[in-house]
Each structure stands twice: as C-alpha cells, then as structure tokens.
Design a protein around this ligand. Structure first.
Ligand code: FES
Length: 235
C-alpha cells in the first residue's frame, strides 16, 4: 500500500497519509478548514459540523473523513462559507454569549470564527435560554451560558486525564454538560492542571484567578484571524 495519498482541496494538490483525516492533511499542507469541536490530540467527535466540506460533491465532516486517492474536496467556496456562517449564527443565538463581558474574548474560537466569517450581529432571534453557572470548584468554573456542546472537555477528561469528569445529559434544547458528581463541579476530581480545564474553545470552562492575565487587545485572535496560523505555513 502506498504511504502517501494524493487528493485536491479547492484545486490545490495535497498529500496525505493513509488513515489521516481531510482536516489534518489539509492543516499539514497549510490549508485551514474551520473547526470547533476538533482539537489536535483528542479523538474526533464530528459534532459541530463547522468543518463540513464537499467531498466529491457530498457534504462530509473533514475532521472524521479520512483521505482517499483522487478525492476532490471543496473547502473555501461561497456555498461552504455560507453554510458555516449559518452554523456559527445559530450557535450564537442558541446560547447566551455576551462577548464584551467574557474573559475568553480574543481567545474564543466561536468569536474568532464569527469575525472570520464577517458576522457582526446575530441573524436569528436570541433564545435566551436559562443556563446554570457552577462556581463550586476552587480553581475552575463552568458557565453553561457559553457552552457550545463541542464535547472537548468530555473527551479530554475521559481520554487524556482518565477521569470522566464531564459528560452530556438531556436531549435537544435541554442537552447540557454535566459533571460526574452528585451535583457540583467542586465535588469532582477535576484539577486545574487537567487537559479538560483548558480544552474549552469558548468561555464555558474557565480557570479562576488568571483572568485577564493577557489583556484584551493582545490576545490570540485580536490581530490575526483564526486559521491564519495554519495558512501562514502554506508552501
Ligand atoms: Fe469537525 Fe466539529 S470540527 S464536526
């Protein structure tokens, strides 16, 4: 079996490895495919669908789709950008995201995706669902108002920390992140040094006492759009 796999993304020749996903092969070639629930080092989950691309004309999640010889992938097209913009728009109004008051502002992947896609104001009406905040842990808090149900904390705690602190409960609009204790985060084994404490792409799981250590205006996405760190590596 060949040790490399050739395919194209938006007409650009890409070389991947057998078993590699489209998203990771693209990333290695300096092509950014937007994503939210994906995190390098964690098992792919395929939940958010922000990474959707067309593979030979059919929609597929780039974070779970493995590469195949000759596949034709469409990524940054008008159609895919409009699709992703709609997903981001829906995530914003489904939660309660008050970016101007959020410690994660400037480091938040949801906010950064919105900026990348030119979203300045919500397109759909806000749902203003009541969500719980859990401040019971000494070092970390959960603000479910900002949770996008990406499951990165679930996979990080289970697969990296070996603790199973987080999981999903409920269905549909009532789905939320729960902890494996009678009631509160403070009753779990979560440590501030856990991978799960830093896996959140938004401001839902936040470490205490380090807020604003990097001032707003000097953060990851304050000057460069999300994905530019990948695109800058393109050959
Ligand atoms: Fe692929 Fe979320 S990043 S489905």
């Amino acid at each position: 079996m060949s040790s490399t796999i050739e395919f194209t993304i938006n007409g650009k020749d890409i070389t991947g490895r057998p078993g590699q996903t489209v998203l990771e092969a693209a990333q290695d070639a300096g092509v950014y495919i937007p994503r939210l629930c994906y995190m390098r080092g964690l098992a792919a989950f395929g939940a958010c669908r922000v990474c959707t691309v067309l593979v030979n004309g059919r929609p597929q999640a780039a974070c779970t789709q493995t590469v195949a010889p000759g596949m034709v992938v469409e990524n940054n097209t008008e159609k895919m950008t409009a699709f992703r913009r709609n997903l981001i728009d829906m995530l914003f109004v489904e939660g309660n995201h008050f970016c101007m008051f959020c410690e994660k502002s400037g480091n938040c992947e949801l906010q950064a995706l919105a900026y990348r896609f030119g979203i300045a104001a919500p397109k759909y009406p806000y749902m203003f669902q009541p969500r719980e905040v859990d401040m019971s842990h000494g070092d970390v808090f959960i603000d479910r108002n900002r949770c996008v149900l990406c499951g990165r904390c679930v996979r990080a705690s289970r697969d990296v920390d070996g603790k199973h602190v987080f999981d999903f409960v409920g269905r549909g609009l009532h789905k939320r992140i729960a902890v494996n204790a009678e009631a509160l985060l403070g009753d779990t084994e979560l440590a501030v040094t856990d991978k799960a404490a830093e896996a959140c792409p938004v401001g839902a799981i936040v470490k205490k006492r380090v807020g604003y250590a990097v001032p707003v205006g000097q953060r990851l996405y304050d000057h460069k759009p999300i994905g530019s760190e990948i695109e800058s590596t393109a050959l």
